[in-house]
Design a protein around this ligand. Structure first.
Ligand SMILES: [Zn+2]
Length: 70
């Protein structure tokens, strides 16, 4: 039977592996070009936001998009 410390370290390792996947996905996204205009409402996306890379929506629409995704 595994003890609590073993279980805890296993959980932490799983979580770190998941984090690495998320970070890699974010990196791929941010390496791509941003759109100049929002994909949903066609508003211009501010330069400061586009500088992040991989941006396709304005702040408002991204918020709605992420809320819908849940
Ligand atoms: Zn928008």
């Amino acid at each position: 039977m595994a003890n609590a410390a073993d279980l805890a370290s296993e959980l932490i390792e799983e979580r770190e592996a998941a984090n690495e996947e998320v970070i890699a996905a974010l990196r791929r996204q941010f390496e791509s070009e941003s759109e100049t205009h929002c994909a949903d409402c066609d508003d211009e996306i501010p330069e400061r936001r586009r500088a992040l890379g991989g941006i396709t929506r304005c702040v408002d629409c991204q918020g709605i998009f992420e809320a819908r995704g849940r």
